[in-house]
Design a protein around this ligand. Structure first.
Ligand SMILES: Cc1cc2nc3c(=O)[nH]c(=O)nc-3n(C[C@H](O)[C@H](O)[C@H](O)COP(=O)(O)O)c2cc1C
Length: 156
């Protein structure tokens, strides 16, 4: 049977939605049965899925709440999990963003993600000075991340 994948995201500036879309597209192309869900519009039933991929952004040093509410669900314990975070910090220091916002949740909820992605977020127009800042969002990073994840999932 085709494995069912949930790609769920919360976004405020739009970048996590772009990343989630790229991930869902890649997983579909790899043969998975994928549902893409905006957590602001729907509450997915985790029990329906074999693989759960959840992502969100960060603002004023806080990760979005609906991301956390998925990560603390007990039903996640027997699912394959992957997480991604979108932040301004990740434009230059993706590892720092993981350390600051993802690792504490992994520890708190005793998660065992197969993959953790840290993707560059949108710099609001009025703050974007350099070309790199204006074009910080790179969905192709999420596609490559999802390709690797798909390979891992197919291996076992
Ligand atoms: C008001 C505001 C506050 C932000 N605060 C932070 C922050 O504290 N740390 C950070 O790394 N990025 C910060 N950012 C950048 C966001 O993480 C970035 O816009 C990202 O794309 C948000 O995810 P989203 O587009 O999915 O909503 C902030 C952006 C805005 C607009």
């Amino acid at each position: 049977m085709t494995a069912k994948v949930l790609v769920a995201y919360q976004t405020k500036e739009g970048a996590s939605e772009q990343y989630a879309g790229a991930i869902a597209g890649t997983m579909k192309a790899k043969g998975f049965d994928v549902d893409l869900i905006d957590l602001k519009k729907a509450k997915p039933d985790i029990r329906q899925y074999d693989i759960v991929i959840v992502g969100a952004g960060v603002k004023i040093s806080l990760v979005y709440g609906k991301w956390k509410s998925i990560l603390k669900k007990k039903e996640l314990a027997n699912k394959k999990l992957a997480m991604f975070l979108t932040s301004g910090t990740a434009i230059e220091e993706p590892d720092k963003a993981i350390e600051k916002w993802v690792q504490p949740l992994i520890d708190k909820y005793k998660l065992k993600p197969l993959a953790v992605g840290s993707f560059p977020g949108k710099v609001p127009e009025k703050f974007a000075e350099t070309e790199a800042q204006k074009n910080a969002v790179k969905p192709e990073l999420a596609s490559a991340w999802a390709e690797e994840l798909a390979m891992k999932l197919k291996e076992g």
